[in-house]
Design a binder for this molecule. Sequence first.
Ligand SMILES: [Zn+2]
Length: 401
Amino acid sequence: MTLLALLLAGILLVACTATPAEPAQSEPRRNQLTVDEILALEDDGATRPTVSSTPEGTEPSDGLPTEESLPAETAPPPATPASDSEADLVPSIDEALIFVEPQQVRQGSSFLIAVDSAAAGAASVAFAGEFFSFVREGDRLFTILPIEANATPGPLSFVIAVADRQGRPVLQHEATIEVLPANWIIEVVEIDATNARLLDPEVIAEDLAVRSEVQQSKTPERLWDGFFRTPTAGVITSTFGVQRSYNNATPTDYHTGMDQAGALGELVVAPNDGIVAWVGETERRGRGVIIDHGGGVFTTYWHLSSFRVEPGAPIARGATLGRIGNTGLSTGPHLHWEIVIHGVPVDPLPWIRQAEVPDPLATFNPATAINAPQLPTELTPTDPDPSENEQSQTTSTATTG
Ligand SMILES: [Zn+2]
């Protein structure tokens, strides 16, 4: 067992906690937006940090430390600098800056953790009972983490650990974000003889087993770039997070993706670059395709009439992956698609708005680092953008069933 592994084991002892808060209240939200309407909202969206150019010397294959690979594959720096001037150039891990952006995250959204350091060899975060390795790009290590749609609103803590180029644990920092309630709408689904299979535990288990296994494979580099386009042109007929009440009972389920209308046979395209991770069929979701975009980010497409891709093949943004269908437990031709991060489905809406997709290349003000030296006056490193909440309110003007 390596030292890093020991460190990570130690991190396990630090509990990741969520303070219970008032349950989210549901309120009516408009649930039928055209793609143009969605994309038009981006002008009012949250501001984002400026994007830097891709740093030189990117070593994507070096980004995911494993117990076996980390010490052996990490090249040690020169044991002794050749001269005093070179000694000045050896980066110090003390200068590592850790950023958590944003620090207020809506239920069903995602956030970025970045470690900026030329001296860091690997980083990991203990979050929600699991460990997640960071992707390396230049002098940045980063990961994107999901907040579950029904996560408890309130503070949520996690521990970030950084190892140097020799795999020695050198930095550990606890961070806390605030989970904001999303106020999901509730939809009543009448269960009758024709759709009773929706609640069949065997049907549910088969579908879950396929997806959870595929979405655990981790490509240790980022394949996507920028925001995600919508995979088809049709109207959005159901958004993420809608709480499902079967026959008026307390909601036990929620909508894990976005539905878009479309005619049978209409094209479905990849919203961003990736690798086809799976094609197949489940009883519940019908024919489907899963794309691995790297760094734990996946997109999935369901109820297809057919697919045009094979597992393992690279797929480019805009390339056809299949056609809209009505397979599985579906009441008519439509596309159900999802963005899944480390196995947790998140709201696709921010990812299809250019201003809101988490940007691993963003340049952050060093003063906003969570481990920046504290000044005497109280700092508020990342002011939550009030327009973000206002924006979600603007979509809350009509009731849907
Ligand atoms: Zn759906």
